[in-house]
Structure formats: structure tokens, C-alpha cells
Design a protein around this ligand. Structure first.
Ligand code: S3P
Length: 444
């Protein structure tokens, strides 16, 4: 992301957050819906797709690879329509590199998608994406028979050279990463035999839940997922529920602003994604969920959150981190206002997100006057229930969407004006973030 330009001034909220809101479509499910539809035979019908920079990177990529995309903007801001995939013809090699922008999910999943085809495609991205580790995906794909050039390179740009004779593998992943797991499973769709991925703790399972809708059999248990290849993917319908990672910002804001009580409707309640609700509850917040419908195997429903007067610190164990990995920044802000210490165990993965989120959390909280530190791979935050946030603080997002929203809320929820450098990065996952927060304000 471009981090130049003037910081954005974020005004304080003028009252509590009250009432109902819907958040835009889930980013992880939107990427998968677009990418899987592009792989399939026939025309898939998608609805509720998130319209954000990241998902547009996936849309542009599949268009370059030969899929026909006819998604239109709906009145609620989502994208809906058809995608006709390349199916058994396979993707065509574009004559220029595919730029995946800021999107780790786009580039890592594409590596797996391209691996079983006789194509050569150069993949690249913005400054942030070009600094993120790719060996975690290329290493298992090389074991399956794909090639990446330059061979010694661990970062983008990389050229993937696929092969029609990909081998199924049994992969013991050193990281709990849905992007790694999905890349290997998608390669496995085109390989002969059973491809199995085992993880140290279970990461989000949208791929395992969505592939069967496209006609690919998967088996999944906690921390293990398998796919049987070769399989021919068939078009289907996908309805994308609201994004719990976006909902988390509203939920945390409500927990911090006195008098707040909100409901977030139509949001994914996939257990692999709502660890943040459990953490808020552990901190004393009245946060509940009510499942009302399911699209395929993805459950969705309503999240209700109320202001909490007596927030207290808690411990988030290592095996729960994957279920709230993108929510650690905003949960850290809540922890900053809680009595006592909050510990997030084994969070070193946050160092290789869109920015080094550990360093960013420690720096941002220091600006607020809150002590946070790392001990080994554990993040500690010493909260202060009497925290007084100074007016006019200037935070930097480093071009990271989740930090931009966290630091905006640091001021908004404390009743002061702050400036956030690189705030435009919210367009990566939640372009309507400020409008949604402000739509809930009940002026007093
Ligand atoms: C994602 C997986 C997670 C998450 C990212 C989206 C996905 O990354 O942080 O925002 O859609 O699979 P990792 O797989 O690197 O943990």
C-alpha cells in the first residue's frame, strides 16, 4: 500500500453505539468463491461478495487467467453475478505478470491453483506483499512437482511453472495457516491421489467447507484436511456471509464506549473465525451470538455486544490464536483498557502479516501510554482501566488495513480526535468502516 500522503483526521464519536448493522462480505470466503468459480466448469452464481481492493486483486487475476467475470455492484455495496471458469481447459498464461496488490490470499492460493497446469505465470504484488514469506507455500508445492523461479528466492516476484503430473502429498505444515493449507489442497485437486495437510492447530476451514459445493470431496478433522484428486470442479452457487473480522472492530468499539449495545447481522459464525468473541467474553464483555441460517456448511447469524464497565485482562492460549489471528490488533486495544495483564500466546505469525503487527501494536500502545512487550513469542499488554487518551495523537498504519482501523478506534472510542497515517488502507478489507461505525452512533 502507498503510505505517503497526509494522515486522515478521525473525529471522536459523539455518543454510544446503538442498534443494528450489517458488515460487508467475508474476505476469505469471497476470495475462495471467486477463485474456485474460476477453476470450475460452467457458470457459478455468487452473491454477497466483498467489494474491496483485496478481492478485486483475485477478480483481476482470474480474468487474466481466462475466467469470464460478470459481477455487478448491488445496492448494499456487495458484488453479485456470474463467473464462468476455465474448467477442464485450464488457465491460460497471461503475457504479463499478475499483480496481486496487497493480497496474500490471492497470491498464495493462485500458486496452488496454477501448480497442476502446464503454464508459466509470474506473480507479484505491492511492497508489503513482496516482503512476505512465500517459501511456506512454494516448499510443499515443489514437493508435489511444481517449480518456482528464481529457485533461491523466498519472496515475490516469483514465476510458477506448473505440471500436469503433480504428485499428491502428505504435508505436515509447520504453521497453522489457512493460506498454506488451501494452496496445497487446491494443488491436490489436480494431483493423483489423496493430498493431506496436517497443522499444529486448526486454521480457518472455508476451503474444506466450500470445495464439496464445487463437486470436490474433502475430509476434515481438527487440524487435518484431505482432498481426493484429480477432480473436476463444477459450477455452483455461493452466498457469502458477513465478515467476522470486520464485525470484530464494531464489537470491540461497542465494548469500549459507555452505553453501547449493538447487533451485527448476517455475519459468519464459523467457529474457526469467532475466537475474538470468546476473548471478549473472557475479558468480561457481554457478547453473544445467535445462529440463524447456513449457506452450505457455513453458519451465519447475529452477534450482540454491550459496553463493559469492568474489563479485565485474560490469557489467550496458543491453540486459539488461529481463530482470532486477524483480530489481535483490535483486541490489544481492548486489552489496553482492561484491568491487569492480557497475554496472547505464540503470536509470532503476526510478524509476517501485511506489516509486522507485533511491532506496530507495541508502538501504537506506547503512544497511548500503555506498556506492551514480547516475551519469547508471547505478547503481553498491561492494561489500564483509567487510561486517558490524549487528544491529537498521530498513529501510523504502515499501510496495514487492520492497524488503520485499530488506531482510528483508539481515538474514536476514547472520545478524542486522532490522526491516522495511511488510513486509506481500510479499502483492502472494509471500505465502509467509518460509515458503519458512524451509522451506529446515537447522539446524546
Ligand atoms: C486467510 C488466512 C490467514 C489470515 C488472512 C486470510 C485466508 O492468513 O490472516 O487474513 O483467507 O486463508 P494465514 O493463512 O497466513 O494465517
Amino acid at each position: 500500500m502507498d503510505t505517503q500522503g497526509k494522515p486522515t483526521i478521525i473525529e471522536a464519536l459523539e455518543g454510544p453505539l446503538v442498534g443494528s448493522v450489517r458488515v460487508p462480505g467475508d474476505k476469505s470466503i469471497s476470495h475462495r468463491a471467486v477463485l474456485f468459480a474460476a477453476m470450475a466448469e460452467g457458470t457459478s452464481r455468487l452473491s454477497g461478495v466483498l467489494d474491496s481492493d483485496d478481492v478485486r486483486s483475485s477478480v483481476r487475476a482470474v480474468q487474466k487467467l481466462g475466467a469470464q467475470v460478470a459481477l455487478e455492484k448491488m445496492a448494499d455495496g456487495s458484488l453479485a453475478g456470474g463467473i464462468t471458469g476455465w474448467g477442464s481447459h485450464g488457465p491460460c498464461a497471461p503475457d504479463e505478470p499478475i499483480d496481486c496488490g496487497n493480497s496474500g490470499t490471492t497470491v498464495r492460493l493462485l500458486m496452488g491453483i496454477l501448480a497442476p497446469w502446464d503454464v508459466e505465470v509470474e506473480l507479484t504484488g505491492d511492497d508489503s506483499l513482496r516482503s512476505r514469506p512465500m517459501r511456506r507455500v512454494t516448499a510443499p508445492l515443489v514437493r508435489m512437482g511444481a517449480r518456482f523461479y528464481p529457485e533461491e528466492s523466498t519472496t515475490l516476484p516469483l514465476t510458477v511453472r506448473g505440471t500436469r503430473t503433480l504428485r499428491a502429498i502428505d504435508y505436515d505444515s509447520p504453521v497453522a495457516s489457512a493460506q498454506v493449507k488451501t494452496a496445497v489442497l487446491l494443488a491436490g485437486v489436480g494431483a493423483c491421489g489423496t493430498t493431506r495437510v496436517t497443522e499444529p492447530s486448526p486454521s480457518r476451514n472455508h476451503t474444506e467447507l466450500m470445495l464439496p459445493r464445487f463437486g470436490v470431496q474433502t475430509t476434515a478433522a481438527s487440524g487435518v484436511a484431505e482432498v481426493e484428486g484429480p477432480a473436476c470442479m463444477q459450477a455452483c452457487e455461493v452466498e457469502v456471509p458477513g465478515d467476522p473480522s470486520s464485525a470484530a472492530f464494531l464489537a470491540c468499539a461497542a465494548a469500549l464506549v459507555p452505553g453501547s449495545a449493538i447487533q451485527i447481522e448476517g455475519v459468519s459464525l464459523n467457529p474457526a473465525r469467532i475466537g475474538f468473541l470468546r476473548t471478549l467474553e473472557q475479558m468480561g464483555v457481554d457478547a453473544s451470538r445467535r445462529g440463524v441460517s447456513s449457506s452450505g456448511k457455513e453458519l451465519s447469524g447475529i452477534i450482540s455486544v454491550q459496553y463493559c464497565e469492568n474489563l479485565h485482562g485474560c490469557e489467550v492460549p496458543a491453540e486459539k490464536i488461529a481463530s482470532l489471528v486477524d483480530e489481535v490488533p483490535v483486541l490489544s486495544l481492548v486489552a489496553a483498557h482492561a484491568r491487569g495483564i492480557t497475554v496472547f500466546r505464540e503470536v509470532s505469525e503476526l510478524r509476517v502479516k501485511e506489516t509486522d503487527r507485533i511491532a506496530a501494536i507495541i508502538d501504537g500502545l506506547a503512544l497511548l501510554g500503555v506498556n506492551a512487550w514480547m516475551d519469547g513469542n508471547d505478547l503481553y499488554i498491561e492494561g489500564n482501566p483509567d487510561l486517558h487518551v490524549a487528544d491529537g495523537l498521530e498513529f501510523t498504519s504502515g499501510g496495514d488495513h487492520r492497524l488503520a482501523m485499530t488506531w482510528a478506534l483508539a481515538g474514536m472510542t476514547a472520545g478524542v480526535t486522532v490522526a491516522v497515517e495511511g488510513f486509506e488502507a481500510v479499502s483492502v478489507s472494509y471500505p465502509g468502516f467509518l460509515d458503519d461505525v458512524r451509522s451506529l452512533v446515537r447522539r446524546v
